[in-house]
Design a protein around this ligand. Structure first.
Ligand code: COA
Length: 342
């Protein structure tokens, strides 16, 4: 089949520019990490849905299937202009890779800086049948290497997401009278009823809405633990294995898994409960790790209180968190080193 409209190299798009307002802010006056994740996801959903409808045949809406590890490079402040741009960087048979950049602009000086660069994977679902994945029109690449590199990223994420499936069983139980700095002391949950404004044309939750709720809970856990202003530093890769329908109750729970000298890792679970209907179902829709940093009044990273571990499970999770921390720290150092060599 030919897809004439799709035979363009990249579908570049400046999606959005808007002044960041006080209701986008955390208590430190910076834009919430969750708000930025939601803006990123909206841009990705628009460009991927447009692309997948550029062929004749079944109309579709894309669903967010995965977000690669995302770093928050620089805080965005209230009063700055947030610019979001997105482009399609790879298409497999039934998925689309989108890269989204977020820049913050000081509107008084015109100075701009990159605050986030995220990679997201979307899957087109037929508008007539949400369980039917349809084929993606291929994009044309400027160079053979771009396609090769895209294929490598696609193969890598396919391998990686198989590993995350079996992490999804545990639930967070309430703890009575927890001691300060223990896992039970800061663990937190929120419950949200999925309404129409949270949903796509299919009536299922937007990935960005879910990520915003996840960031909110992770931020509460971090603030409860260190009792200071906190910011999102990064989010590990997230896989969205299950959809969440309008009318579901979602419980978003977070617990601290690891503390380094100046950072905290928080594991967040999203559980959906279908509540209404004849066959109620409770299932784990998503889980992810967020990293937070504690900030002083002049926005400098502070040492964080160390997590007090009480059970063997907590010690095991702490060691796993330490492994992830050391791995990403080594990667960051390698990237910084290669930048200084250029
Ligand atoms: N990350 C990236 N791509 C993924 C993926 C993931 N986590 N899961 C599936 N895919 C891709 C597959 O690679 C495949 O593309 P390919 O054939 O080109 O390789 C395509 O999706 C279809 O895969 P398949 O195995 O047939 O589909 P599935 O039954 O796993 O369904 C989803 C995939 C995304 C539709 C399904 O997992 C889902 O509905 N997830 C929830 C989506 C959602 O609601 N997002 C917002 C949540 S709040």
């Amino acid at each position: 089949m030919k897809h004439p409209a799709a035979i363009r190299r990249f579908l570049g798009l400046i999606f959005h520019a808007r002044i960041m307002r006080p209701d986008d802010a955390n208590i430190a006056g910076n834009v919430h990490g969750g708000t930025i994740l939601k803006m990123i996801e909206e841009a990705g959903a628009i460009i991927s849905t447009r692309h997948c409808n550029s062929q004749s045949g079944d109309k579709c809406v894309t669903a967010l299937a995965r977000v690669e590890r995302t770093d928050f490079l620089s805080p965005m402040s209230i009063g700055e202009v947030g610019h979001v741009s997105a482009e399609i960087t790879y298409t497999s048979k039934r998925s689309v890779e989108v890269q989204v950049d977020v820049m913050a602009e000081n509107i008084l000086t015109g100075a701009k800086r990159l605050t986030n660069r995220a990679t997201l994977w979307y899957v087109p679902l037929s508008l007539n049948n949400v369980d039917k994945v349809i084929e993606v029109p291929p994009i044309q690449y400027g160079k053979k290497e771009q396609e090769e590199e895209g294929r490598k990223r696609y193969e890598n994420q396919k391998l990686e997401r198989l590993e995350t499936r079996h992490r999804n069983g545990e639930i967070i139980r309430p703890v009575i009278n927890p001691e300060p700095y223990t896992v039970g002391y800061s663990q937190s949950s929120l419950i949200h009823l999925v309404g129409p404004s949270d949903c796509t044309l299919h009536g299922y939750v937007h990935g960005g809405v879910t990520m915003k709720l996840m960031d909110e809970v992770a931020g509460i856990v971090a603030a409860r633990h260190c009792k200071t202003n906190i910011v999102t530093a990064s989010v590990d890769a997230i896989n969205f294995h299950r959809k969440i329908r309008k009318g579901c109750l979602v419980t978003v729970s977070g617990r601290m898994t690891f503390t380094s000298n100046k950072s905290m890792e928080i594991e967040v679970f999203v559980d959906a409960d279908t509540v209404i209907g004849d066959n109620p179902e409770l299932y784990r829709a998503v889980s992810a790790f967020f990293t937070y940093v504690s900030l002083s009044k002049d926005a400098k990273p502070l040492p964080v209180p160390q997590l007090v571990l009480e059970t063997e499970e907590e010690k095991k999770r702490f060691e796993e968190g330490k492994g992830r921390y050391l791995q990403t720290k080594a990667k960051r150092q390698m990237q910084a080193h290669s930048l200084t060599q250029q």
